[in-house]
Design a protein around this ligand. Structure first.
Ligand code: SF4
Length: 217
């Protein structure tokens, strides 16, 4: 895990949006349990990161695996893909003539989720890029492996504010080294950390929980 005392992983925003406790178990307590979902997701991302780092296709420059960070929010990460589209209100790029507008694209294995965790992560990437490149990025895309479609995401004031609040909350928990208590929810069944987190302990005694588990052995 590459988190230093100061910089948190931007990708943690999706864990945080899913469940604050899950984020803390992974990023503060360094617990990680790989289920099929997370392994498949990692392989899918590897494909996006392994390809050529930079290529130009007509009016678009495509970069893969671009490292990003924000001094303001103390987060860092890697963009799957950032396209630079030729545009009059773009920025200059070393070795390329003209002006170019960044457009981040994040690859996701499955299909669009019920919550907006993917949109928040993508918006966080855009906020880092804006800070690094001194530009405005109004939108980006999520590409879902299951639907094989791009979904356009507008980086609205509301979405940016949600990202900001989450990143501040993450920093606050990180500095205190605090893992929030269990809050059983719908997502617990699919959670890769359910065996470590043990959400059922919330409503039952440790003894009856362990007895219950032993019945199944
Ligand atoms: S099992 Fe539930 S409460 Fe525990 S970390 Fe996962 S989602 Fe959060």
């Amino acid at each position: 895990m590459s988190e230093s005392e100061e910089y948190l992983m931007l990708s943690g925003i999706q864990h945080f949006a899913y469940c604050r406790r899950q984020w803390a178990l992974i990023h503060i307590e360094q617990q990680w349990s790989e289920n099929e979902r997370t392994v498949d997701g990692k392989l899918f991302h590897k494909v996006a990161h392994d390809a050529e780092a930079i290529e130009k296709r007509g009016e678009i420059i495509i970069t893969r695996g671009l490292r990003i960070k924000s001094e303001i929010y103390k987060v860092s990460g890697i963009c799957d893909v950032v396209e630079f589209h030729k545009a009059e209100d773009g920025i200059t790029l070393h070795k390329y003539e003209g002006l170019w507008k960044p457009y981040p694209i994040e690859y996701k294995k499955g299909k669009p989720k019920e919550n907006n965790a993917d949109e928040l992560q993508l918006c966080g990437q855009a906020m880092c890029l804006e800070e690094m490149l001194l530009c405005d990025i109004p939108s980006g895309s999520l590409f879902y492996g299951e639907t094989r479609r791009r979904k356009n995401v507008e980086f609205t004031i509301e979405l940016r504010e949600q990202v900001k609040v989450m990143l501040e909350e993450m920093q606050e928990l990180w500095k205190r080294g605090h893992t929030p208590k269990v809050k059983p929810q719908k997502g617990c069944n699919a959670c890769s950390l359910k065996d470590i987190c043990v959400p059922k302990l919330q409503n039952t005694s440790v003894t009856s929980y362990i007895n219950e588990r032993l019945k199944g052995i």
